[in-house]
Design a protein around this ligand. Structure first.
Ligand SMILES: NC(=O)c1ccc[n+]([C@@H]2O[C@H](COP(=O)([O-])OP(=O)(O)OC[C@H]3O[C@@H](n4cnc5c(N)ncnc54)[C@H](OP(=O)(O)O)[C@@H]3O)[C@@H](O)[C@H]2O)c1
Length: 277
């Protein structure tokens, strides 16, 4: 890690990739603020991180805040007093997110709205409270978690990909907008990663989606976290952890029709099998 993080705020820091990032930071001596809804997960994460800090003989602070990031009023009410106490984070990881893959017709308006409210609205709400403080400090790093699905849309991910493409757009705008204020904005686009979210996705994933991703490798949250933390302080904007993700993105950029053709072939295969079974 080129940048020495003192205090990080992590939404979605109680589980999966967010917890792995928090772990990596604490191992390097950073204090963290974990934001998520479920208090029991937050408490478990705090205990685990305190143990890691003790092993490394670091006197770091582990703060937790139970908060739904999609609730702008609560974010505005709860984050500022906390930051008054802790100080301004020099790193903000925005990873609170949800995914409910399914056929377009099976994704209700409510699920679509909730996906946008948490993934995009939640990011907006948190940034609205943190960025003015970072600007006052004249420094800070922000990592917004999108997805490979925020770069290449695939079957079953219409609501999720809409939210994650929005985050790539938001990150691009903010990178440009905040650079001269000393704030570095990065966007993280992981491939499938072994977390509770992926396990939940597998319950509603259409067969066509499974077929398309059947040969895709799954990364560990620790590997994703390491790939992100390694780039803190670097000039890199788009962070795609893992060889499969990088190759997939490059292939899509160079030969988009090849990728579309492959996706379409996989869908036809599943549809034909269904028709004959
Ligand atoms: N796993 C993958 O394959 C994959 C791939 C690409 C991108 N991503 C993205 O990576 C990020 C982390 O996902 P993950 O896979 O690590 O999932 P995860 O283990 O399920 O973690 C999600 C985290 O977000 C929190 N969260 C969810 N909704 C929230 C809300 N409304 N307010 C506050 N916190 C909320 C969860 O805690 P509570 O539920 O207790 O609030 C949890 O801490 C997400 O943005 C996801 O879309 C994941």
């Amino acid at each position: 890690m080129a940048m020495k993080v003192q205090l990080a705020l992590l939404t979605g820091g109680s589980s999966g990739i967010g917890l792995a990032v928090a772990t990596e930071l604490v191992k390097n001596g950073a204090s963290v603020i974990l934001v998520a809804r479920r208090e029991e997960l937050l408490a478990k994460a705090k205990t685990g991180l305190e143990r890691i800090a003790a092993q490394n003989v670091f006197r770091v602070q582990i703060h937790t805040l139970s908060l739904d990031v999609s609730d702008a009023n609560k974010v505005n009410r709860m984050i500022p007093p906390l930051l008054d106490k802790t100080g301004t984070p020099d790193f903000c990881y925005i990873g609170a997110g949800i995914a409910h893959p399914n056929h377009f017709e099976k994704i209700t308006r409510e699920i679509f709205q909730r996906t946008m409210d948490v993934n995009v609205g939640g990011t907006w709400n948190i940034l609205s409270t943190v960025v003015p403080r970072m600007k006052t400090e004249g420094k800070g790093t922000i990592a917004i978690v999108s997805s490979l699905a925020g770069l290449v849309g695939t079957y079953g991910y219409s609501a999720y990909a809409a939210s994650k493409f929005a985050l790539v757009g938001l990150s691009q705008c903010l990178r440009n907008e905040f650079k001269s204020d000393g704030i570095d904005v990065k966007v993280l686009c992981p491939q499938d990663t072994d977390t509770p979210q992926l396990a939940a996705e597998n319950k509603t994933k259409p067969d066509e989606t499974r077929r398309i991703s059947r040969n895709a490798s799954i990364m560990s949250p620790q590997a994703v976290a390491k790939a992100l933390v390694k780039e803190l302080g670097s000039k890199k904007f788009l962070i795609i952890p893992g060889a499969m993700g990088k190759t997939g993105w490059l292939t899509y950029r160079l030969f988009p029709r090849l990728v579309y053709r492959k996706f379409d072939r996989e869908v036809s295969y599943v549809r034909k099998r269904k028709a004959t079974s």
